[in-house]
Design a protein around this ligand. Structure first.
Ligand code: HSE
Length: 414
């Protein structure tokens, strides 16, 4: 029998307890050992829970119990998760986590400790919820050079955008619904401001290219400025707005990486990834495009990935699964100002009949797009491909003519 401790009894933690309990027989068959929950760590009391006898508030009780060989960290956040996970690894326990913030911030360090202690540190649930993506990228696609990764990596924002696109629901109502369904982070700012998706693309880029990517170095934009008007323009252009995380290695060896809302053409496979689903496109040099699709958030999809990692730990006590990447060298991430893309821009011009002509003179060959109920003083267009700094310069020049740009969204080529 293998004893496991679960740290955190929130949405995911309670899902992990349910899955281990409800699938105990088949898990024992697959792991070749019975998996038993010995402790559940939480600061709250759950006197009416059927697992009431397993609750503890003492992390030291778990740390000092040699019978506990696997610790599941599903608390989220860095404090105290980082200290707890590090202590468990140093004490020779394998750790499974769904905590993308932890992996994105401290992955290189924690993987190194796991290697030194010959234990496992696994985090399949940290990206894509229930979608298998970490293992396929580290194992099944190992023969490929990854040319590019582009994905819808956050279920909450995809759910919100889908509601805005399909039902014309207002942003805040859709967010409330996502929270009620258990998709959002404790602080949903991490979802809607793009930080959660950023952590996930950093983890995927680290696996693909072998170097840790710190989220602070990644240009990250969320969906808080997206309006129903932008959604209407995207529709008339021939697509939808999705929050995309993207990473690729440039010829000079630097990493181009960002998170931003994007116009995605209806032709793209990612355009039909809706609701809480995530879609991750990995372009391998040998495989071509592979798309991973499934529920990217929610109690049981995420718990499923966590429990599968627990089974893997049980099967690999004596044969550590190799997973690791180097810490980052300086200037690894390319300067966002140099990234080249085409942009959708929505502008307001109160007194200038020649506003569109001015936009043409600054941007070059623009494609005008329209929407129903478009006010007379508003126009929108798709710019030609330019560097981010060139686009910003042209926007400033428009402003000098009194033409205000009220929306700027990248146009994706995924
Ligand atoms: N809040 C996250 C999301 C949870 O919505 O995708 C899963 O990582």
């Amino acid at each position: 029998m293998v004893n496991v401790a679960i740290m955190g009894y929130g949405v995911v933690g309670s899902g992990v307890v349910d899955v281990i309990t409800q699938h105990s027989e088949s898990l024992a068959q697959k792991a070749k050992e019975e998996i038993s929950i010995k402790y559940i760590l939480d600061i709250r009391d759950f006197p009416d829970s059927p697992f009431a006898d397993k609750f503890t508030k003492s992390f030291d009780q778990i740390l000092n119990d040699d019978e506990v060989r696997i610790v599941v960290e599903v608390m989220g956040g860095l404090k105290p998760a980082y200290d707890f996970v590090k202590s468990c690894l140093l004490a020779g326990k394998s750790v499974v986590t769904s905590n993308k913030e932890l992996v994105a911030a401290k992955g290189a360090e924690l993987l190194k400790i796991a290697q030194e202690k010959n234990v496992n540190f696994l985090f399949e649930a940290s990206v894509g919820g229930g979608i298998p993506i970490i293992r396929p990228m580290t194992q099944c696609l190992a023969a490929n050079d990854v040319i590019e990764i582009a994905g819808i990596l956050n279920g909450t924002t995809n759910f919100i955008l889908t509601k805005m696109i399909r039902d014309k629901m207002e942003f805040n109502d859709a967010l409330l619904l996502a929270q009620q369904l258990g998709y959002a982070e404790r602080n949903p700012a991490a979802d809607i401001e793009g930080h959660d998706a950023c952590r996930k693309i950093c983890i995927l880029a680290a696996i693909a290219y072998g170097k840790h990517v710190y989220p602070e170095s990644v240009k990250t934009e969320g969906i808080t400025n997206i309006t129903l008007e932008d959604v209407a323009y995207a529709d008339s252009w021939g697509g939808v707005i999705k929050l995309i995380g993207q990473a690729k290695i440039l010829e000079n060896g630097k990493l181009e990486i960002f998170v931003a809302p994007m116009f995605i053409s209806r032709e793209s496979q990612l355009s039909s990834v809706d609701d809480v689903f995530n879609g991750i496109l990995v372009r391998g040099d040998e495989t071509g495009d592979i798309v991973f699709y499934g529920k990217g958030a929610g109690k049981y999809p995420t718990a499923s990935a966590v429990v599968a990692d627990v089974v893997d730990c049980v099967k690999h006590f004596k044969a550590r699964k190799y997973l690791g990447w180097e810490d980052t060298t300086e200037n690894y991430v390319a300067d966002y100002n140099d990234y080249k893309f085409s942009a959708y821009l929505r502008c307001i011009s109160n007194n200038d009949r020649n506003a569109v002509e001015k936009a043409k003179s600054l941007f070059g060959d623009i494609q005008i797009i329209n929407r129903s109920n478009q006010p007379e003083n508003e126009f929108a267009f798709i710019s030609p491909v330019k560097s981010s700094s060139e686009i910003d310069k042209a926007i400033s020049a428009l402003a000098e003519y009194g033409i205000e740009t009220i929306s700027k969204i990248r146009v994706g080529e995924v």
